[in-house]
Design a protein around this ligand. Structure first.
Ligand code: OXD
Ligand code: MN
Length: 594
């Protein structure tokens, strides 16, 4: 497929290591893709679903010990430890290559090496970057074909260049004690071994588009962020774009595909999805920030997705979709997950591949009793999404009016607040915190600091990452305003106060009104909060102006506790946290004590 010597030499040296029976180039043709689907169905790697209910859809189960990203086994391998920083796991590159080479050795024996040339971003855009993933898994190939732009056209675009990210993946024994997800940012290289779970093996996504890309972005003067991008269109047809960072499984896909509540929908407002997980952001010629979604599909969490929570995502999964670790309804050969409807299948196989008894479901022990794994996924084509933005393929990206940070905080953070400026906004992002979720292996429900939702995804030192944010601010003549939201505040009984989902648009409307200078706000110790009457509650059952007042209240005492925790966290990041952020922290503390 190519004469590119850099590509051919690299593939040869990897093939010498893993020793495949044959090498197959992925050309992106429907013919080859269909042949691979058939082969995967023949080996049991995929099961074809009911073609009437789910045309061209498949079910896959990963190994039971391999259902989520493994942050404790994810490494940033820079030559100097301090460049990876204290928040990342670090391994010396030489040591890592040696260690993993032993695990890769002959691991493709009896298997095929698939060579996947792919692009993150539309080829021809200044944003786009090319990768090549070598894998021994057809499941990976088929997912990459949905999630990225794949095939001959990519290798043609690469030409003779050596500028591509080299990814090597092997399922090997899928031994979790020998599972490694390693990044070599100085070599543009990713090595992933002993996993078959998406976040660890679809190397274009977290590994390239966030960890490697964040490193490249710092070097080259742009940003790779864990953000959704949406466009909000008003009845006059003007679209304003917002990007938003939330920790994994906090509803990014839901917000990105939001359906406006009736009062806005009937008035002619629309929401368009540009991306649900990753944004690459550059300064445009007009001095504004422009963002693209480098992906071509959605790797969304299935449980909780239903007609009401996310109609658009559900529709996106109705054809050409790969489901992973969901529940298999044997009666009609369809799929099901907790939260899809109130009608669990009676004759079903759970995510582990065992006969499933829905009456034994126990919310406190989801992993062992649910039909679908809490982190089960759909891999769906962006082009199938009913609300995909007409700008989805835009080469220059969409201009950002606002950036939103968000967390899942039961008490501290108000429904929404606005930062005072870019530096303060960077501080607000740096102190983001949330409860952990099922997307990452480990304890669920523990609050952890997750700056810009990038804690597991920055490919270098977190303090340097904050400094990069501050430096970018100096290069943006017309920066977007930065806000923080929290949909998850609870009352004394632990119930969510804010309805969330489509009604989050009411908060987006306030944010856009602030960006347009149309409403005033109240200054508090932490930043600007809305006047309660400026959050539109028309048509909202059970929410009064007093509810909004409660949601917007700032409790200085609990914020002071947070300040103590932030100090500990900054100390943990180490001495590269910029002085400007310590200044912001001092201002916050002083404001709270006033
Ligand atoms: C994801 C994640 O899969 O953030 O998007 O874990
Ligand atoms: Mn994510």
């Amino acid at each position: 497929m190519t004469n590119n010597k850099h590509v051919l030499d690299w593939i040869k040296s990897m093939a010498d290591l893993v020793n495949p029976d044959q090498i197959v180039w992925i050309d992106g043709s429907e013919e080859q893709t269909e042949a691979l689907r058939k082969e995967a169905c023949a080996t049991g790697e995929l099961e074809a679903l009911n073609p009437e209910l789910y045309p061209n859809c498949y079910l896959h189960r990963t190994a039971i010990n391999d259902v989520a990203r493994v942050e404790h086994r994810t490494f940033i391998c820079t030559s100097k430890k301090e460049d990876a920083g204290n928040i990342n796991n670090w391994m010396d590159p030489k040591e890592c290559y040696e260690k993993l080479s032993k695990l890769y050795k002959n691991s493709y024996k009896g298997r095929t090496m698939y060579v996947i040339p792919y692009s993150m971003g539309v080829v021809g855009s200044d944003f786009a970057k090319i990768g090549i993933e070598l894998t021994d898994s057809i499941y990976v190939v088929l997912n990459m074909i949905i999630m990225t732009r794949v095939g001959k056209k990519i290798i043609d675009a690469l030409g003779d260049s050596a500028d591509f990210v080299k990814g090597l993946h092997a399922v090997a024994d899928c031994d979790d004690e020998k599972r490694y997800i390693c990044h070599f940012p100085e070599d543009n290289t990713i090595w992933s071994v002993n996993s078959g779970y998406g976040g660890n093996v679809l190397l274009g996504k977290k590994c390239f588009a966030l960890r490697i890309a964040s490193y490249l972005g710092r070097k080259e003067g742009w940003m790779a962020e864990h953000m959704l991008i949406l466009g909000l269109e008003n009845p006059q047809g003007e679209v304003k774009y917002i990007s938003a960072a939330f920790p994994s499984a906090c509803g990014k896909t839901n917000l990105a595909m939001l359906i406006p509540p009736a009062i806005y929908k009937n008035a002619g407002y629309k929401v368009w999805t540009v991306g649900d997980d990753i944004a690459w952001i550059r300064v445009g010629e007009d001095g504004r920030l422009y963002a693209i979604n480098p992906e071509n599909g959605f790797f969304g969490v299935a449980p909780g997705t239903n007609e009401h929570s996310n109609y658009n995502a559900l529709m996106t999964t109705k054809k050409n979709c790969i489901f992973t670790n969901v529940c298999h309804n044997l009666d009609d050969n369809s799929v099901w997950w907790e939260g899809l409807d109130n009608n669990p299948p009676k004759n079903a196989v759970n995510w582990k591949g065992e006969k499933w008894d829905y009456t034994k479901y126990d919310k406190a022990d989801k992993v062992n009793t649910s039909g679908a794994h809490p982190n089960s996924r759909f891999t769906a084509m962006a082009s199938n999404c009913p609300c995909i933005s007409p700008e989805f393929e835009s080469l220059k990206g969409v201009p950002l009016t606002a950036i939103i940070f968000g967390g899942r905080r039961a008490k501290t953070a108000p429904l929404v607040y606005e930062s005072r400026n870019w530096q303060h906004g960077t501080f607000v992002g740096s102190i983001m915190a949330s409860e952990t979720t099922a997307a990452a292996a480990g304890a669920v429900g523990v609050v952890r600091r997750d700056p810009m939702a990038m804690r597991p995804f920055v490919g270098y030192d977190m303090g340097d990452y904050f400094a990069h944010w501050l430096n970018m601010g100096k290069k943006i003549p017309n920066p977007p305003k930065i806000f923080h939201v929290n949909w998850f505040r609870t009352d004394a009984e632990g119930h969510f106060i804010w309805p969330g989902f489509g009604d989050n648009m009411r908060v987006l409307m306030w944010i856009l009104a602030r960006c347009a200078g149309e409403v005033e706000a109240v200054e508090t110790a932490i930043g600007f909060v809305p006047k309660a009457e400026d959050i539109n509650i028309e048509g909202l059952d059970g929410v009064t102006i007093d509810t909004i007042r409660e949601l917007l209240s700032v409790d200085n005492a609990s914020w002071l506790e947070d300040v103590a925790n932030i100090k500990e966290f900054y100390a943990q990041i180490g001495d590269r946290v910029p002085a400007e952020l310590y200044d912001e922290l001092a201002t916050l503390e002083a404001n709270l004590k006033k």
